[in-house]
Design a protein around this ligand. Structure first.
Ligand code: AMP
Length: 218
């Protein structure tokens, strides 16, 4: 089973990706997380990643396709996963074409694309109050999902979660990623959800979609 979460930054894809993977036994592939993990090595390449990510621009397709293939290849030795959940990939038509061809080579195809819909004004509010725990990588929101009071978290704000950068990320989403909704609609795999409601309701909608696809809980 191959599932893609598609939607603008701040729509909650990362939070739901984590929940879905745990509940349904899917292997998570978040290209944003893979890039941030690489950034912690603190070498020249990590500096280049930080510089580009801080602008909100997309990384070159070849680099992103390569780290995705590496993540899939590394996961092939892990027998317990029932499929893959992509969060933040593909983001361009070229990436989706690449993914299609790569999956065809291992006898797989994209089974579902869940599209998160949320108004722009909510996105800015959500993103500027988003914080990540340096120790666990867990994502919190100071307003809607604060860390537990006894949490010994080391919270930080992502370099691209500022109001100035988010406007650019949104423009890029509209220009380069949103057209993928039509691309996948033609393949009849698109499922739309309202991501502006509280987490539990969005999760319920996702569960309904996955149960129709016969994806089983672990
Ligand atoms: P995310 O964590 O998905 O919001 O990604 C953070 C940043 O990493 C993006 O704004 C891009 O700069 C870069 N990035 C992540 N995934 C991709 C992708 N599929 N294609 C190009 N750039 C990406």
């Amino acid at each position: 089973m191959i599932i893609i979460l598609l939607g603008p930054p701040g729509a909650g894809k990362g939070t739901h990706a984590e929940l879905i993977c745990k509940r349904y036994g899917l292997f998570p592939i978040s290209t944003g997380n893979l890039l941030r993990e690489r950034m912690s090595v603190q070498d020249e390449f990590a500096e280049q990643i930080a510089n580009l990510m801080g602008t909100g621009e997309l990384f070159p397709d070849e680099i992103i396709n390569q780290i995705t293939v590496e993540a899939i290849t590394n996961s092939l030795n892990m027998p317990d996963y029932k499929g893959y959940l992509f969060d933040g990939y593909p983001r361009t038509t070229e990436q989706s074409e690449f993914l299609k061809n790569f999956l065809a080579g291992i006898n797989k195809k994209v089974n579902a694309v869940i599209v998160f819909h949320i108004p722009d004004d909510m996105i800015v509010g959500r993103i500027t109050s988003r914080r990540v725990d340096r120790k666990t990588g867990k994502v919190y929101n100071l307003k809607s999902l604060p860390p537990p009071t006894d949490c010994e978290c080391d919270l930080y704000q992502r370099i691209d979660d500022t109001e100035a950068v988010i406007k650019n990320r949104l423009n890029i989403y509209r220009q380069q990623t949103e057209p993928l909704i039509e691309y996948y609609s033609k393949l009849n795999v698109v499922h739309n959800i309202d991501a502006s409601c509280v987490l539990e309701n969005t999760q319920k909608n996702i569960d309904e979609i996955l149960s129709c696809l016969d994806v089983e809980l672990v």
